[in-house]
Structure formats: C-alpha cells, structure tokens
Write a protein that binds this ligand. Structure first.
Ligand code: FES
Ligand SMILES: [Fe+2]
Length: 451
C-alpha cells in the first residue's frame, strides 16, 4: 500500500512527482479512485431508444451502456463470461443481443445469457445460464441527462457525489432547459498520466497566457490580451471553486464564447442569461455568462463557454485515451449546434489550435518523472492559497482569482483522502471536516506573508 502522506501535503499544497509516474500509485488508483467514484459514461441523448448502446471505459474496464426496454439504462462489463473475450466491438449502435465472436455465447440487452451453441449436445443442458450473465455495474444514474456509472455499491448517490458542484452545474445543465453532448466522441492517444490534464482543466488559468500565447493571439478577441501574460487580469476577472469530492472549476467572468470566431453563441447566451437569472438567481446568471475550465472528479473535464467535454481514460500510468464531445444546449437551433461543433473542433478537437498546444507539456510532465531522482521531488500548488475561503453565497471553497490553484488543492485533497480510506463510510465520516486542511493552509500562507 502506498503511503499517501508522503505524496500529498494538503495544507502545504505540495504533491510528490511520483503521483504522475508510479505503477504502484496507479494500481491503487484503479481500485480506490476508479473503483469507487462515479465515472462519466455518455449523455442520454446518445442512446434514446431501447437497445441503443455505446461502449465506454470506467478506468481500464471496458463497459457497454445499454438503454433497456423500460427506458432505464444498464451498464455491463464488456467481457464474456465464457472465456473473457470482449462481447461488443462496436462503439455504438442498436442491438437486441450481444453475441461473442469467439464461441457464440449470446447476451440479451439486459445482460442475461440467453443462448449458446451446443447447449444440449455439449453441455447436456446442465449449464445454469442465470449464473453466467454479463457482470452488471453496481450503480448507474444520470444527472440532468449526463450518465454516470459506479462500481462501488457503498458509494453515495450521484447527486450526493456531485454535491455542492451540482449547484454550479445546474447553471448550464438546467438554467435554460438542459444541455446535451454531440458525439460520437473524437478519440486520440496522449502519452501522459491521467491526472495531468485533469488538474490542468480543473484549475489552470495560469498556463493560458503562456502555453496558448500564440493561439489566443491568432484567435483574437478580448482574450488575446492574455497572450504572453501581457495584460493579465487578476482579482475581479473571475474566481475558482473546489468542492467536497474534488470537483471544481475556474471561471472568467463574461468569457462565454470568447474563443469562438463567430459571435452566434455569445449572442445566444446573452439572450438566455435573463432566463437563467429568473430561474436560478443572479449568481448563476453571472456564472452562465462566464467561461469555465472545469472538472468532475476524477477524470471528466469540460470547458463551458468553449463547448468541449472530455474524459481522460487511463491506459497505464503514462498514457491516456482522450474522448472529446461537443457540449451544446438543447434549446439551440440545429444551425447554431452545427456552428458550435465546428468551433469546438477548431479549438479543442483532436487537432484543435489550443488542444495541440497542451499535449507536449502534458507528456513531458509525465515522462520526466521516469528518472528516479527526479521523482523524489515535489510539485508546488500554492498559488493564491492565502485567498482560499468560504463564501457567504457560494458553496464549496472559493479562491478569489481565476488564476490560482484552489481547485488543484481541492482535487488532490480528495484524491489523497480516497487513496487512504478503506471505504466510502470512512469518507462520509470526514464530511464535516473536509475544508479544514484547506482553510488551515490558507491561514498559514497568510501568516507567512505577513511575517
Ligand atoms: S469467450 Fe465468449 S463465447 Fe467463448
Ligand atoms: Fe491548455
């Protein structure tokens, strides 16, 4: 078992470089993080009819997500109970049954083993088919149409897992009648640890003006001022949030649609903002007009305002398979949705202008830790720590600038907690005190600055 206290100092806001490399850390993550958390699978709109399915990953486990006859959704391991072959090789489709390509065992859309070749002549009708259905994932639920699965029967409900983050997510998932994803997802491989892009999306406003300097200059518009950190906006330009289960985001006020080179989306959002204010209040109307870099713990990230929605599927400690959907609102016209897909591919698609800026940094952040001496080092996530605080109106912990590392700190706080405890019961026992090390870290940072 890895000693997590050696890897993460929550109040000190530092992490060991080992978190990006070690096989041992990774194996523990597969069990304790991916084996316990709610993991994003698909959007309901991708599987509207009975028999509609998509295949997906939960950590390294392959799964099939199937719409049932009664409208519910079930998720199964994509692994034949005979000799372990993958039973479904398609990315998506509609099926009455999944028939294994190896010896022909056939499973219904409800996962039951329904037929197998030579059942009478080779098994003498003695195989109890009811015992050999596909293994079902313990929990499946959707939040505002976004479908998640969880292997751990002891886990909280999806709504509880999202917790305070649900309050923020409702801004765009519910404020205007709902969001949806346009797929199928684009797919690509990056040779990096899954946490490098997860932490980047959840909390890294800092790299935008530097890593993306050339791209944002070329794209033009108000954000071009960030290029080279020339006109870096600080305290009033946005904020960062972290929450109980490691979810978080940074927001740039009034940044919605600013990376698009077409004003249509911004115009749409401006017209809708009063509706959001009426339904959810002024704070969320303000968030609605913002640009968010965000993460749903552990490995789902999105940019609200640039319409990109991603999952970083781990493939070992130093490789990921990136899946990218386009995020739109249901109420948008088909023309606007089409335009947004184009814009999203342009910026954060597989070969997008901004996406390709990030890849090399992510790979190098991972592979430089191959060196055992390098790996003994620490990484700093202290930016803006002295401003982390509770807020009178907003749930979670709030950092007062969008350039800061508040949501990094919250991400690793929960990561460390999950990696250490034996069960969800032990996580629940910390519910009342989870903010304590973050607030203490902020107080220490303030004292140090004053001294
Ligand atoms: S492995 Fe699937 S039928 Fe034999
Ligand atoms: Fe980036």
């Amino acid at each position: 078992m890895v000693n997590i206290n050696e890897l993460v100092d929550v109040a000190g806001a530092v992490q060991s470089k080992r978190v990006f490399w070690d096989q041992e850390v990774y194996e523990q993550e597969l069990e304790r993080v991916f084996g316990r958390c709610w993991l994003f699978l698909t959007h309901e709109s991708q599987i509207p009819q009975p028999g509609d399915f998509v295949t997906a990953y939960m950590g390294e486990d392959k799964v099939i997500v199937v719409r049932q006859r009664d409208g519910s959704i079930k998720v199964f391991l994509n692994s034949c109970t005979h000799r372990g072959n993958q039973v479904c090789h398609a990315d998506s489709g509609n099926a009455k049954a999944f028939t294994c390509s190896y010896h022909g065992w056939s499973f219904g859309m409800d996962g039951e083993l329904v037929a197998l070749p030579l059942e009478q002549s080779a098994y003498y009708n003695r195989l109890d088919k009811s015992q050999w259905g596909l293994r079902e994932v313990a929990k499946v639920d959707s939040y505002r149409g976004f479908v998640f699965g969880c292997f751990d029967p002891q886990a909280p409900t999806l709504a509880e897992y999202l917790g305070e983050m649900g309050w923020y997510l409702d801004t765009w998932m519910d404020g205007t009648g709902g969001a949806e994803l346009i797929g199928p997802p684009m797919k690509s491989i990056l040779r990096c640890n899954w946490k490098v892009p997860s932490e980047n999306f959840i909390g890294d406003g800092y790299h935008v003006g530097w890593t993306h300097a050339a791209a944002i200059k070329v794209l033009g518009g108000p954000l071009a001022g960030l290029a080279g950190n020339a006109e870096i906006p600080f305290e009033d330009a946005g904020m960062q949030i972290t929450s109980r289960h490691g979810h978080g985001f940074g927001v740039i006020w009034d940044g919605v649609g600013l990376l698009h080179d077409d004003p249509a989306y911004r115009e749409y959002a401006s017209a809708k903002a009063p509706e959001v204010a009426e339904k959810l209040g002024d704070w969320r109307a303000k968030f609605y007009m913002g640009h968010w870099n965000a993460g749903i713990f552990p490995n789902c990230s999105y940019l609200y305002g640039t319409n990109t929605f991603k999952v970083w599927n781990p493939r070992g400690p130093n490789e990921i398979e990136v899946w990218t959907w386009t995020l739109v609102e249901k109420a948008m016209s088909p023309e606007l949705k089409r335009e947004i897909v184009k814009q999203a591919i342009h910026t954060f698609g597989t070969a997008g202008t901004l996406e390709s800026d990030d890849g090399e940094n992510m790979e190098t952040c991972t592979w430089s830790n191959r060196g055992p001496q390098t790996r003994k080092g620490l990484m700093n996530a202290q930016m803006g720590q002295l401003n982390d605080t509770e807020h009178p109106d907003l749930p979670g912990i709030v950092g007062k600038s969008f350039i800061g590392e508040t949501s990094y700190r919250g991400f690793y706080r929960f990561w460390a907690e999950l990696m250490q405890v034996e069960s969800w019961e032990a996580v629940r026992a910390n519910d009342a005190t989870w903010k304590e090390p973050l607030i203490r870290g902020a107080a220490n940072a303030k004292k140090e600055r004053a001294a």
